[in-house]
Design a protein around this ligand. Structure first.
Ligand code: ATP
Ligand code: MG
Length: 557
């Protein structure tokens, strides 16, 4: 499995199509677009779509546009637009020219709607939503023609102009393409092109009270922008005949083609803006960029890197089937990146004081330690060693058998990067809890084995109690405790993992970690990969988020 994932990328049927189009001369330059609707923040599924669209343009010396598909003003806003731009940039992609908006083509789209009416290819229909549904038929039953289907061109032009002028109420009338109510493809049964929506639009204000549907907007926008390959997900496959029909019936400047690939559905995750918005609105998480969220901004705050996300998107390939991808593949990608690139450090999450009774009270030794075991370019760090230290409470037992490779009373352990110590005695409080362990150093064991030949049982991490820093550490787990949230009779909310965040207020870190910059990545030795929180971390109050644990359970299987 590991080897398979190390190969550059799975085969990509889209690249094959592009190769043919370049070879045959159908296109000399590849132009793609990523068309998010600004009705939420982007998630891991969008990262896949971004990597496909920007990646294919990049790989073929072409261009990729960022186009906001903003035809549903009531659910959209400027905050989402800015968030989406930041996410695409953070992933390391740049769009061609200015950001584009479907809304900037509204006049052209309207002019084309008029053109269709003039050609006898569209009509204004007054059926109510309920009537229209009934007339539409079903998958097994043909639809029926609307009674307004045979209106004259003049009457349709008049009604369309009056729809645009705001004379009619929402829902009173729509513009429909005149195609075929008997088509086996429901999308071809006189689909709606324009509907009345009396809402202010974030880009066009109150200029418009009619808005084009996705179907009427998308292909025409692609044509305006000279998109060669309009790549979308499989749910649009049945819309392709309509996409083609509109381009064939309109005087558009270019002839884009639509291709579909399977959506990315990682296990233990939801990838639907509607569901993610509910998690935010219901206060299950603290916002779209909460580190538990599978949003790009959430993953960023959690400590995922653009390189790991891009690598994951590459690893899973691009196919024409909708399957579930093991989230452990993403976790593999982030571990692999951080193992290679994150500076090492020590952090004690559950501190237990160790007093080295033989070590002078005021002595401080500065230990110079490499920042990374195999990367000299990541420099050195200085760790103060003192008489009072913290180790993790999990790393001490009064008694234990030989399998326990940590500190035991009367036995030895090596402090990572420092001396071997031997535990002598425990100090308890009035309730009998251990408050301190008294120990002594084994002489001349800095970087050397004990001379008496009695080896330490293992290695534990530690932090100086007098020189270390107090930190808040946020321990994150998967947000859902079921591989398919909402499976069976459940709601996706039933599968929320209540332990997806555990806050450790009283962790201890090496002093140098206090100087970490927000978003700097670390491996805390023996604990996992952590990142200094993008917003809350300061030198006065260090805050770290656990990105992922060290153990690669997926690869072990
Ligand atoms: P959602 O269902 O989360 O609301 P959407 O498809 O409505 O997503 P858009 O903003 O319309 O979101 O998506 C922009 C682009 O991203 C589209 O081309 C869409 O096909 C693609 N996309 C969305 N979700 C995924 C996914 N899970 N995997 C791959 N591509 C996706
Ligand atoms: Mg959509």
């Amino acid at each position: 499995m590991r080897n398979a994932m190390k190969t550059k990328s799975a085969s990509n049927f889209l690249q094959n199509i592009i190769d043919e189009d370049l070879a045959s001369g159908r296109h000399s330059e590849i132009v793609t677009r990523f068309p998010p609707e600004p009705n939420g923040y982007l998630h891991i599924g969008h990262a896949k779509a971004i990597s496909v669209n920007f990646g294919l343009a990049e790989a073929n010396g072409g261009r990729c546009n960022l186009r906001f598909d903003d035809t549903n003003p009531e659910k959209e806003c400027q905050e989402y637009i800015e968030g989406i731009e930041a996410d695409v940039r953070w992933l390391g992609y740049s769009w061609d020219g200015e950001v584009r908006y479907a809304s900037s083509y509204f006049q052209q789209l309207y002019d084309w709607a008029v053109y269709l009416v003039e050609q006898g290819d569209a009509y204004v229909c007054d059926l109510s939503a309920d009537e229209a549904r009934e007339y539409r038929g079903t998958l097994t039953e043909k639809g029926r023609n609307s009674l307004h289907r045979e209106r004259t061109v003049a009457e349709n032009l008049d009604l369309l102009a009056r729809m645009k002028a705001g004379e009619f109420d929402e829902g009173a009338r729509v513009l429909r393409a005149k195609i075929d109510m008997a088509s086996p493809n429901m999308n071809m049964r006189d689909p709606i092109l324009y509907r009345i929506r009396k809402v202010v639009h974030h880009q066009t204000g109150d200029n418009w009270v009619i808005y084009p549907t996705y179907d009427f907007a998308h292909g025409q926008e692609d044509a305006i922008e000279g998109i060669t390959h309009s790549i979308c997900t499989l749910e649009f496959e049945d819309h392709r005949p309509l996409y083609d029909w509109l381009l064939e019936h309109l005087p558009v400047p270019a002839r884009p083609r639509q291709y579909e690939f399977g959506r990315l559905n990682p296990s233990y995750t939801v990838t639907s803006k509607r569901k993610l918005k509910k998690l935010v609105d219901d206060g299950v998480v603290k916002g779209w960029d909460d580190p538990r969220m599978p949003t790009i901004s959430g993953m960023r705050r959690r400590g995922y890197t653009p390189a790991a996300i891009r690598r994951f998107c590459d690893m899973i390939g691009t196919t024409r089937s909708d399957g579930v991808v093991d989230i452990a593949m993403l976790e593999f990608a982030i571990r692999e990146d951080l193992n290679e690139n994150a500076v090492r450090g020590m952090c004690v999450l559950n501190p237990l004081k160790v007093v080295l009774t033989d070590y002078p009270r005021d002595k401080v030794e500065e230990l110079h330690v490499s920042g990374h075991p195999s990367r000299d370019d990541l420099g050195q760090r200085v760790i103060p060693f003192t008489r009072d230290l913290y180790i993790d409470a999990e790393d001490f037992r009064e008694e234990a058998n030989k399998k326990y490779k940590r500190l035991v009373l009367g036995k030895r352990v090596r402090l990572r990067n420092a001396y071997v110590i031997e535990a002598d005695e425990v100090i308890r409080d009035a309730q009998g809890n251990i408050t301190e362990v008294h120990a002594h150093t084994v002489p001349d064991t800095l970087g050397k084995d004990p001379q008496d030949g009695v080896k330490p049982r293992g290695v534990v991490h530690w932090v100086s109690a007098s020189r270390g820093r107090n930190a808040e550490v946020r321990l994150y787990e998967r947000l859902f405790n079921h591989e398919a949230p909402g499976k069976g009779d459940n709601e996706f909310m039933d599968h929320i993992n209540p332990d997806a965040l555990k806050i450790v207020e009283n962790a201890w870190i090496e002093p140098a970690l206090g100087e970490a910059l927000p978003e700097q990545h670390f491996q805390f030795e023996r604990e996992g990969y952590f990142v200094a929180d993008r917003y809350d971390h300061t030198p006065e109050k260090p805050v770290f988020n656990r990105t992922i644990g060290l153990r690669d359970t997926w690869n072990a299987g």
